[in-house]
Design a protein around this ligand. Structure first.
Ligand SMILES: NC(=O)C1=CN([C@@H]2O[C@H](COP(=O)(O)OP(=O)(O)OC[C@H]3O[C@@H](n4cnc5c(N)ncnc54)[C@H](O)[C@@H]3O)[C@@H](O)[C@H]2O)C=CC1
Ligand SMILES: O=C(O)CCC(=O)C(=O)O
Length: 449
């Protein structure tokens, strides 16, 4: 029965019916594609091609648990489109991972890699698991099992995974090592986001947050706004949210609210993300800051807020750096921020996005804002392929150059055509994908076999 459900799910994903059946994220994500199509001269064939994931793989991963039990986990890898190059995208470990979510994330990766001008298509993977319930050895066995199950599907010139929610450089290191064992060859270019000691790139850890900051800085400059006069609330205090908050404070912005999955804190005087991360690491929750002695923390007054409260803060910029569908038609009316910075993938639903546009709230879109991660992953892949490793400053320069260049194009397009920044970003990315599909010739589209 279990296998049967998997086969049905794959068939439906391949037939593009996934959205209709599950009626959720993938269908919502595709709305932006439709909006972009109306501004581009793009054939019906190409439009149709972009609605279907190219390849969907579902695997079961048996793991021997520490107490001797065998547990079987569900794993996914969706390779959405590889017209512009090998597919690329992270691996998520989370209880909510399912085919709908992974397909949507693989679609966003396809648009993002094109927006960033990288020679990659898009993919995403995941395992339905709460990694917090596993021991370190169970986590390693699960990570290695994922690669054993998918070794034929990924590859340095085929599909290159990377970290996403609840995965990190350590897990990428285990995965890369497992792949080397299978292919009997050292191929560091098979996975990015690896530890520095295992041929990872300097700068990858902070790249997503840093890219988001470069995009925001370019935006405030275009609007003649000073960082010092800009108050920010950040939802999500993991890899992307923490590095963004840390670097934004350094750049002069005032971070007044932060949250993680267990709740948030607010301070009118401004928060220090590095100090808060230190407390989170020792006490395992961001709110630990609330209980700590003022002499250990600092003089600021902290107030506890809920995740829902964070979204309603009267700030200049609301940064969404957690999961998808955080601002929807249900809560969008409560958003008071003037700008939303989408560091997470898909944090604003399509319906909410339209309302925000009509209310003159600027949304800086995920496919541009969080592209810093995959841009530095690309730089890691290039370094692995050439064997020549760069200084961190060189990596950061290349990241900045690329993301600011694409941001400038998108900001100009949105201004000239009076479009939302998201529609402009999709037009920019989809035009590159459509160009590649067209140049590839007609074999796939007009002939059998
Ligand atoms: N890590 C990377 O390089 C990239 C990550 N992203 C996206 O950024 C987002 C965050 O990813 P990471 O930082 O890597 O994951 P992470 O696992 O390091 O951190 C996620 C954070 O979100 C928090 N969170 C979860 N649910 C929440 C809620 N309802 N309210 C507030 N906080 C909540 C968690 O407690 C955690 O602090 C995801 O959408 C991911 O796809 C995008 C591009 C690259
Ligand atoms: O670094 C990468 O290859 C992909 C990161 C990712 O999963 C994302 O941008 O959502």
């Amino acid at each position: 029965n279990h296998v049967y459900v998997h086969i049905i799910a794959i068939t439906e994903a391949q037939c593009g019916k996934l959205g209709d059946k599950m009626n959720t994220l993938f269908l919502d994500a595709q709305t932006h594609l439709k909006a972009a199509f109306s501004y581009i001269d793009i054939s019906e064939d190409i439009q149709k091609r972009l609605k279907y994931p190219k390849k969907t793989t579902l695997v079961s991963i048996p793991v021997r648990m520490d107490d001797g039990r065998l547990e079987v986990f569900e794993g996914y890898r969706v390779q959405f489109d590889n017209t512009r190059g090998p597919t690329k995208g992270g691996i998520r470990f989370h209880p909510s991972v399912d085919l709908d979510e992974v397909t949507s994330l693989s679609f966003w990766m396809t648009i993002k890699c094109a927006v960033a001008g990288l020679p990659f298509g898009g993919a995403k993977g995941g395992i339905t698991v709460d990694p917090k319930t596993l021991s370190r050895l169970e986590l390693e066995r699960l990570s290695r099992g994922y690669i054993r199950a998918l070794a034929d599907v990924i590859g340095p010139n085929r599909d290159i995974p990377a970290p996403d929610v609840n995965t990190n450089s350590t897990i990428m290191g285990w995965m890369a090592e497992e792949y080397f064992e299978i292919v009997r060859e050292q191929r560091p270019d098979v996975i990015t986001g690896k530890p520095i000691h295992l041929n990872g790139s300097l700068g990858r850890e902070a790249a997503t947050g840093k890219g988001a900051l470069y995009t925001l800085l370019h935006w405030v400059k275009s609007q003649n706004i000073e960082p010092e006069n800009t108050r920010i609330a950040v939802q999500g205090f993991g890899n992307a949210g923490f590095h963004f908050a840390r670097l934004a404070k350094q750049a002069g912005f005032k971070i007044v609210a932060l949250s993680d999955s267990r709740g948030g804190i607010y301070s009118e005087d401004g928060l220090d993300p590095e100090r808060i991360m230190h407390h989170k690491k020792t006490r395992h929750e961001l709110k630990a800051m609330l209980y700590c002695d003022a002499s250990v923390c600092d003089e600021a007054e902290y107030k506890q807020i809920s995740n829902a409260d964070l979204l309603k803060q009267d700030v200049d910029v609301l940064v969404l750096a957690a999961l998808e569908n955080q601002v929807t038609e249900k809560n969008v009316a409560k958003v008071k921020a003037k700008v939303i910075l989408e560091v997470a993938n898909g944090p604003v639903s399509a319906g909410a996005d339209d309302i925000l546009f009509n209310n003159n709230i600027t949304v800086l879109p995920d496919v541009l804002v969080n592209a810093g991660g995959v841009i530095v992953s690309y730089l890691e892949w290039v370094q692995n392929k050439t064997g020549l490793y760069w200084e961190e400053s060189e990596v950061n320069e290349r990241l900045k150059f690329r993301i600011v260049r694409e941001a400038e194009t998108i900001f100009n397009l949105a201004r000239d055509k009076a479009l939302s920044l998201r529609t402009a970003a999709y037009i920019h990315g989809v035009a590159r994908i459509a160009g590649a599909i067209k140049e590839k010739g007609t074999r796939e589209y007009f002939q059998n076999g």
